[in-house]
Design a protein around this ligand. Structure first.
Ligand SMILES: NC(=O)c1ccc[n+]([C@@H]2O[C@H](COP(=O)([O-])OP(=O)(O)OC[C@H]3O[C@@H](n4cnc5c(N)ncnc54)[C@H](OP(=O)(O)O)[C@@H]3O)[C@@H](O)[C@H]2O)c1
Length: 273
């Protein structure tokens, strides 16, 4: 059995597109650490056996991406409260007896909004989409004290379920996209995967308040439809993609694993280049 505390990986399927193997070595270099970080294609049927094997092999930490974020939670020895609420785990940390699961997506988003100078406290915030990523960001957004947090979906039941799930964390208003008509938000967050199909959810017009911000969890080509919609909104001040969130959530994982908080700015700049 090889025991190297510096071995890390991201598991998913597909996973070849993952930027994590480019991000973590740059973080490690900031602290003069040698770190091995691989991308591993893992089929859902192999997930349990594979993470058990990676534990036996001495891996110190794993990132988890689609489609395993929900299933891996049940394979952890324990999960953080925020991961339990999100029903999704994207970061595994090694203990001798098993894996500890956490979800760093929401903290990553809030850190990126802070970096961009986009306020949450006292603002009206809309999350468009009610899937796994929405579940990951709702808790940290509620903790940042918006004056109102609304989640909308084309499926009327999903926002209702989320409002029920997070009621102990704060008030989350469930809506269908159509029922948003006449509302105004300071921050609109796209948490749908529609951009991967080149699509934009159908929303009522004039949803953005004057000087408001539009933030897309998607990045790369999948950001294009929301970016075009956002740029066409009257009074828009900021349009941002989710690349910064990706780097920030990776930084939170890195800190959990190694106890160092990396400087994200140079890494984000390198990825944009
Ligand atoms: N930047 C980052 O670090 C980061 C982290 C996590 C996720 N993400 C991104 O966040 C996005 C969502 O991921 P996820 O894990 O939440 O996916 P998911 O669980 O599959 O949920 C996708 C959501 O998008 C909605 N949707 C899909 N196509 C749509 C369309 N054409 N019109 C309207 N709504 C549509 C779905 O609605 P229904 O429920 O009605 O099907 C669902 O609410 C992805 O693009 C992902 O890459 C980014």
């Amino acid at each position: 059995m090889s025991r190297s505390p510096s071995r890390y990986a991201v598991i998913g399927q597909p996973v070849a597109h993952s930027l994590s193997p480019r991000i973590h070595p740059q973080f490690a270099a900031q602290f003069g650490l040698a770190l091995q970080y691989e991308a591993m294609d893992v089929a859902p049927a192999d997930l349990a056996a594979r993470i058990a094997q990676l534990h036996t092999d001495g891996y110190a930490g794993l990132n988890v991406t689609l489609p395993h974020k929900a299933a891996v939670a049940a394979l952890c020895e324990s999960v953080s409260e925020r991961a339990a609420l999100a029903g999704a785990v994207n970061c595994l940390s090694r203990r001798d007896s098993g894996w500890i699961g956490d979800n760093t997506d929401g903290e990553g988003l809030v850190r990126d909004l802070l970096r961009l100078g986009i306020a949450i406290a006292g603002r009206r915030v809309l999350i468009v989409g009610a899937g796994g990523a929405a579940r990951g960001i709702i808790g940290p957004l509620l903790a940042a004290a918006p004056s109102e947090l609304v989640v909308s979906s084309r499926n009327p039941w999903k926002p209702e379920e989320l409002a029920e799930r997070f009621k102990a964390q704060g008030a989350l208003t469930p809506r269908t996209h159509l029922a948003l008509k006449g509302d105004r938000y300071d921050l609109i967050i796209n948490a749908t995967s529609a951009g991967h199909e080149g699509a934009m959810p159908r929303l009522p017009s004039n949803l953005l308040a004057e000087g408001g911000a539009c933030y897309d969890l998607s990045y790369g080509p999948a950001h294009a439809p929301f970016a075009a919609w956002a740029q066409s909104q009257r009074g828009v001040a900021v349009v941002a993609d989710g690349l910064g969130m990706l780097v920030e959530q990776a930084a939170v994982s890195f800190d959990i694993w190694l106890g160092h908080r990396p400087d994200t700015d140079p890494v984000l700049a390198a990825l944009r280049r």
